[in-house]
Structures are given as C-alpha cells and as structure tokens.
Design a protein around this ligand. Structure first.
Ligand SMILES: Cc1cc2nc3c(=O)[nH]c(=O)nc-3n(C[C@H](O)[C@H](O)[C@H](O)COP(=O)(O)OP(=O)(O)OC[C@H]3O[C@@H](n4cnc5c(N)ncnc54)[C@H](O)[C@@H]3O)c2cc1C
Length: 382
C-alpha cells in the first residue's frame, strides 16, 4: 500500500522494477493454493522452476553465478514473498543465503562451477544443517563430528529443524573437526545419511523441515568447503545474510495482516457503523502503520549499510525489531477481524503462526538481544 512517507524515493528505478515484478508474480502464482499447502502441510515444489526462471536463485551473487542485484532488491524480494507466506521467503533465504552464498564465499572454483549452475537453475536444492537436537542457540557446542580417516572425512551426528532437508539434493553440514567447526558439502543420497520429515508443526506448515542423521558418512577429502574459517565465523556470516532477508520478510507478512485488517474494518459494520470509525480501532490501525513505517525505514538503511562496520549487529537489531513488530501487528490485525481472524481464509492466523517460527529461527529474540546488549555495554550478559 502507499505509505504517507514516500519510501519508494529511497529505491533505485531497478529496485522498484524488481519489486513490482516479484509482487506481480507472487500475487498471480503464489497466493492461490497457499492456504491448502499450509493446511495440508507441504511445500508447493512445482513453483521451483518458476522461481529459477524469475532469477530468484543467486539474487545477490556476482555474475556469472548470480544476478548481482542490490542488497535492497534482495530485501524487497523477501518482503514480497513473505507477504504471501513465510514458507516462500524461507525457501528463497535458504537457497540464496545459506546454500549458494557459502558455496560462492567459502568454496573453491571447482565446487562453485559444479554446484552454482545447478542451484541457480533450481535443478539442485540445498539445505543448511547447523542446529542439532540438543544445540540450537549454542551451535558452538555441537556434537556432530568430522574425522579424517585414511584420506576421507567420516561424519557422525545428527541435525534437527533443517528447512528443505526432505527435498534437498545436498546438505551444507557443519561439523566439528580436530581443529574446529568446518562446513562440508554432503550429497543427500550418500550412504549413512538418513533424512526424516518433521511433521505436525503448527507454524511454517507450507515449508518442509527435517532431521538428518549422519551414520559413518564417508566423504571424499575435497567435500570440505576450504574457505570456511575454523569455528563458527563462516556459518555466522551465512546467517547474517539470511537474517537480513528476514528483516524485510517479516515486515512483508505484517503488512499483509495490516492491509487485510484495514480493509476488513471499512466493511465490517457493528452498532450501525463501520468499525473503522471506532476510535479504538483507529488507534490500533495507526499504531500498526507507524511501526511498519519505522521498520521499513530501518530496513532500507540496513540495506544501504551492508558494507559498514558491525553490520551483523545492525542486522541483529533489525531482526529483533522486525519480528517483534510483525508479531504485534499480526495479533492486532487478528483482533480487528474478531472471530474471522482465526479463519485460514483471511490469512492473518497463518501469518501469525508462521511468525512464531520467524521470531525463533536464525537466532532467537533473546540471542539478538544479547548481541546488541553486548555491543552497547561491552559486557557478556550473565
Ligand atoms: C521451522 C524451523 C525451521 C528451521 N530451519 C533451520 C535450518 O534450516 N537450519 C538450521 O540449522 N536450523 C534451523 N532451525 C533451528 C533454529 O535456528 C533454532 O530453533 C533456534 O536457533 C533456537 O534453537 P532451539 O530451538 O534449540 O532453542 P534453544 O536454544 O533451546 O532456546 C530455548 C529458549 O531459551 C532461550 N535461550 C537460550 N540460550 C539463552 C541465553 N544464553 N540467554 C537467554 N536466553 C537463552 C532462547 O532464546 C529460547 O527462548 C529452524 C527452526 C524452525 C522452528
């Protein structure tokens, strides 16, 4: 919707055109059927070739592997996709920021030339396996190990909550070696890799999530991503990229809730007048509009700042803000729809449930609070 503060002035012509193209595609191709996918719990995989045709795999990677679009364009794409459903944005975040980015950034030329053409065409789907059943916020304590035995890597351990794992052709697996955590490229069909879908989620139902067990999985020596620094640095760099997309995406989901509530309030009559004329409803609408506008301004500045000092901390602040604002907007919007607010047909409850995951994954609200708190005070919180 048009904003009182003309944010589009901050966009280049190219950014504006990309946003309009993706919005048009999303409205025509993604909105139909999303309620069904959410209700039945599946990711509509038939959309993958269309994502590829539109150039949505490799959005910010330099040519020849990607489209080399601006950071803002990447954010606006995430905004438009999540306006339909967080599952679509999650899918794009994983393939771009958590799969293609690390291969480009930390892989060697051979790995780039094998994996990136196949991932940008959508022929191969990847996933990013960092979280484990017993280690979410503290991945540094992971238990998955990679040992060098007779010139091969042997991986043992398990991962949980991995987006796209059940449909992934390969896994970027983070494992502890004798010198620290490193990233590995693992074909999903390798002997000893067992992937099970995690069913019965009540959030992000149109996204597939899996657990992965690695049982004596033998890999050739060159399956390691050679540029991954020892420790979590490389994995965290990937997460910063993905979190940036979430900042825009969560606000996209919230904007859809707000627009739905605004429209509904103009048409819903109680006490012989539209509820939009009630002062308390207007107060809720204005509060939402104000927070959405502020969040978008913050996100635009975040995109501009992508090469500045402490960008990862800026991203933490913006992810924390976007998820909090989005959940509050979704809840207020749900309230404005009364009982209808819990119906799938009106979308808000779907966004609200999805946003519970978005609040938690890619660093929980508490973890981002600790990151920003440490920046402000210089102290590790006790
Ligand atoms: C649908 C879905 C998809 C996901 N996709 C992926 C994926 O593709 N790849 C992947 O690797 N992971 C993925 N995740 C995992 C996600 O990143 C983790 O769930 C997240 O990091 C939190 O970990 P946890 O669930 O183990 O919670 P925990 O770490 O157990 O945290 C539980 C609670 O304790 C709080 N807490 C923990 N430590 C502290 C502390 N020191 N101080 C204060 N509070 C603290 C947390 O904030 C949280 O509120 C996904 C999760 C979901 C739900």
């Amino acid at each position: 919707m048009d904003l009182l503060i003309n944010l589009e002035e901050c966009y280049s012509n190219e950014d504006r055109m990309i946003q309009a193209t993706v919005a048009d595609f999303a409205n025509k191709e993604l909105s139909t059927g999303i309620s069904d996918a959410f209700e039945k719990g599946y990711f509509p995989t038939k959309i993958i070739p269309e994502f590829a045709n539109l150039g949505l795999f490799g959005i910010s990677l330099p040519k020849p592997y990607g489209l080399e679009l601006s950071k803002l364009a990447y954010g606006l794409i995430c905004y438009e996709l999540e306006k339909i459903d967080s599952a679509y944005r999650s899918f794009i975040s994983v393939q771009n920021s958590l799969v293609m980015y690390p291969i480009h950034e930390f892989g060697n030329e051979k790995q780039r030339s094998i994996y990136l053409p196949k991932t940008s065409s959508g022929e191969w789907i990847g996933c990013f396996a960092l979280t484990e059943p017993d280690h979410g916020s503290d991945p540094d304590n992971m238990e998955t190990v990679a040992e060098k035995i007779s010139g091969k890597w042997v991986i043992n351990g398990s991962k949980a909550w991995i987006t796209n794992a059940p449909i992934a052709d390969f896994i970027i697996c983070w494992a502890k070696t004798s010198i620290g955590i490193r990233g590995f490229l693992v074909n999903s069909a390798t002997r000893g890799v067992i992937i099970n879908e995690m069913k019965h989620k009540m959030s992000l139902r149109a996204s597939v999530t899996g657990e992965i067990v690695f049982e004596n999985v033998e890999l050739a020596e060159d399956c390691i991503l050679p540029g991954t620094e020892v420790g979590l640095v490389a994995a965290l760099k990937c997460l910063t990229q993905a979190r940036f997309g979430i900042c825009f995406g969560a606000i996209g989901a919230a904007m859809d809730c707000f627009e739905t509530a605004l429209d509904y309030s103009k048409n819903r009559r109680q006490f012989d007048k539209p509820i939009s004329s009630c002062q308390l409803i207007q107060a809720d609408l204005v509060e939402m509009y104000q927070e959405l506008t502020k969040s978008q301004l913050m996100n635009i500045q975040l995109a501009k700042n992508s090469n500045t000092k402490n960008w990862h901390i800026q991203v933490s602040l913006a992810k924390r803000n976007a998820c909090r604002v989005a959940l509050n907007v979704a809840r207020s919007s749900r309230n404005i729809l009364g009982a209808n607010g819990i119906m799938l047909e009106y979308k808000i409850i779907r966004h609200l449930l999805n946003l519970e995951t978005v609040f938690t994954y890619e660093g929980t609200d508490n973890i981002h609070t600790l990151i920003v708190g440490k920046y402000l005070t210089g102290d590790n919180a006790i």
